[in-house]
Design a protein around this ligand. Structure first.
Ligand code: DAH
Length: 344
């Protein structure tokens, strides 16, 4: 098509065009990457100089005229009520949005439940001395219960400060229970606290064990705290976290910092005690260590055990997340595998 032919056709076509789609087709036909006028403009460089001087300005002028005509027609179509306007309701492009890690979601939910039960959320150290991780929790150095926690000891860390609390070696806390001591040293009862955080165990890693995981410690102390108060809080918590149908059961157990000490089981939230692979057909899941705070622990923080009572429990948060979201392997949490993360 020559410049003249384009001139004859294009303005007629623009004049007759009735909607935006047709107008766009015209633009592509003449000015698109392979458009008719574009081809002429591209071929200019191969022409002898004389021809180029003749055709070049004409082609460029026509290009400008077409652009103006297209704009004018567009304005006309926009302002013409008979023309179907652009459909602004068509779905736009979806922008991928980030979201919270399943573990963060769980932590938030748990904190909200405890906040509604009147508990304060406190944080504490991950590096501890033996005193806070063991001694003040009634686990002296020669006590066989120390074997219950496989500890990461820190190198060259014999603490310099000669106060009893800072003596001994530093370690990565093996449980969140030391927070009990820190909090009671600086606060007086009555209080209720929960403290979520990382803990470390020198253990072989498998589908249900990792060297770093999370626990949540709960502690309530007042003058007349009884096991009944304790049962109520535990039941309310698990029923809100799983479902109203959840039942709790307490089995006698041993932890040096509580007396009596118990292991808390909950009815299996997946099968409701009918028996399934999660609860290994027992109908129950072991979920927390707990008990009434041992009088010796109160003595370490200068409370008088005659006048104050309390309960405490510690739960493993990964275990809860695995039960709640059907996650089969603890290693998935830190795998960085987006196929896993995106499911939540
Ligand atoms: N700290 C214990 C552990 O890691 C769990 C625990 C047991 C916490 C009894 C408590 C408690 O507060 O009273 O195995």
């Amino acid at each position: 098509m020559s410049i003249e032919e384009i001139k004859q056709n294009v303005f007629k076509e623009i004049g007759n065009c009735k909607n935006f789609q047709e107008l766009e087709n015209i633009r592509v036909k003449y000015l698109g990457r392979k458009g008719k006028l574009t081809e002429i403009l591209k071929s200019l460089k191969d022409l002898p100089i004389e021809e180029r001087k003749k055709i070049g300005p004409k082609a460029n002028q026509l290009k400008n005229q077409i652009q103006v005509a297209l704009e004018e027609k567009k304005d006309f179509l926009i302002n013409n009520p008979e023309v179907k306007p652009l459909d602004f309701t068509l779905p736009g492009k979806k922008i991928p949005q980030g979201h919270l890690h399943p573990f963060t979601l769980l932590e938030k939910q748990i904190e909200e439940i405890f906040a509604n039960l009147g508990f304060e959320i406190v944080e504490s150290n991950e590096i501890e001395t033996e005193y806070y991780n063991f001694d003040a929790l009634n686990i002296p150095a020669d006590h066989p219960a120390r074997d219950m926690w496989d500890t990461f000891w820190l190198k060259n860390s014999s603490a310099k400060n000669d106060s009893l609390k800072n003596q001994g070696k530093y370690l990565l806390r093996t449980h969140t229970s030391p927070v009990q001591i820190h909090y009671m040293e600086t606060h007086q009862p009555p209080f209720r606290i929960v403290s979520p955080g990382k803990v470390y165990r020198y253990e072989a890693i498998d589908a249900s064990h990792d060297i770093q995981f999370h626990q949540l410690e709960c502690l309530m102390v007042d003058e007349n705290i009884s096991f009944t108060n304790f049962k109520f809080i535990v039941l309310s918590f698990f029923q809100q976290l799983f479902s109203k149908k959840t039942e709790v059961s307490f089995r006698p157990s041993y932890f040096p910092f509580v007396e009596p000490g118990v292991e808390i089981d909950i009815s299996c939230p997946r099968c409701h005690q009918k028996g399934c692979s999660l609860c290994k057909n027992t109908g129950w899941l072991e979920i927390a260590g707990a008990g009434m705070v041992h009088p010796k622990v109160f003595e370490w923080v200068n409370y008088n055990p005659k006048f104050v009572k309390g309960f405490a429990f510690g739960i493993g948060l990964e275990r809860i997340a695995m039960i709640k979201y059907n996650i089969p392997d603890i290693r998935l949490f830190n795998s960085g595998d987006l196929r896993f993360i995106k499911q939540f």
